[in-house]
Write a protein that binds this ligand. Sequence first.
Ligand code: CIR
Length: 357
Amino acid sequence: SVDKEVMEQMEEGFKKLAESKSKSLLKKHLTKEIFEKLKAKTTPSFNSTLLHCISSGMCNHDSGVGLYAPDPEAYKVFADLFDPVIEEYHKSFKKTDKQPATAFGKGADFENLDPDGHFIVSTRVRCGRAVKGYPFNPCLTEADYLELESKICGAVSSLTGEYKGKYMPLTGMDKCLQEQLIEDHYLFKEGDRFLASAGASRFWPTGRGIFLNSAKNFLVWCNEEDHIRIISMEKGGDLGKVYDRMVGGVEALGKQLQFNRDERLGFLTFCPTNLGTSIRASVHIKLPNLMCDPDEMKKLADKYRLQIRGTSGEHSEAKGGVHDISNQRRMGLTEYEIIKEMHDGIKGLIEAECKAR
Ligand code: CIR
């Protein structure tokens, strides 16, 4: 059952959010009715409450979404809240819909998006994975973090060929090295308030780390937002090559680790925006003419179902006119179809940029 203190915190936070001007999906879909229906529920294995799910959005009214799943069961126990948020974020993944089976296809089908190097600075494709048998951040113990790190470190350390590299734990990492890795867009930043208030920074930096191959174009994040983030990135616009490298890495790691995948929701992740394929394919891109007209840009992004972020990721600024543009939805399509959606959208934006000259 939910104790009195948690209940009071929830009631108070709910009231403040309801009175706020927050534009989050949490505020929109956590109606009084749903709140009353869910506030006394807990998940069977980890005793997670509604407070765990909504605390990031309650603490950060500037959230876009504001909702996280403390453990895999939360998606079912609190489905009355998660389902409408999922449906809206992933552009119509309904509660009767089912994530299709994994189908990576061939990256070679996609041409270089910017062969002459006029627009795209770099290309990145990532996916997230949860290791079977563990909850998400808010429910992990310090021992779980260490155990997960040891499993993940073992798996990445045995990679061969172009994937061969080195695992670097965050604990004890040289500060200069850490800052450089963040600045070069390899490593996650520290102290994200959206994640911290979601309960994702407990025991930090214990169990957190990064694996980097020798060419520095394949990396794995350990125990940041998700148990595992698998990332492929390089300069330029060769999306197919970047995608194929990520797929090869995921497949190699999948031989050593068991990933948590749900029949309906696909790969399970901490944030509901990453369910399904968990794939985010992005470019750092300069579109100076389009960017002169932010409303037109926003319209085009919506048309192509793309999301625009700043240069250093979510909630960051666009430095030197470089934006981070990616697929918005990750669910309801296969992996191949998600990449195709992003590919076609970026192609459309570049065409529009050329016309706007
Ligand atoms: C937010 O709600 O703004 C953060 N919790 C991050 C949500 C994930 N971002 C996204 O739009 N893909």
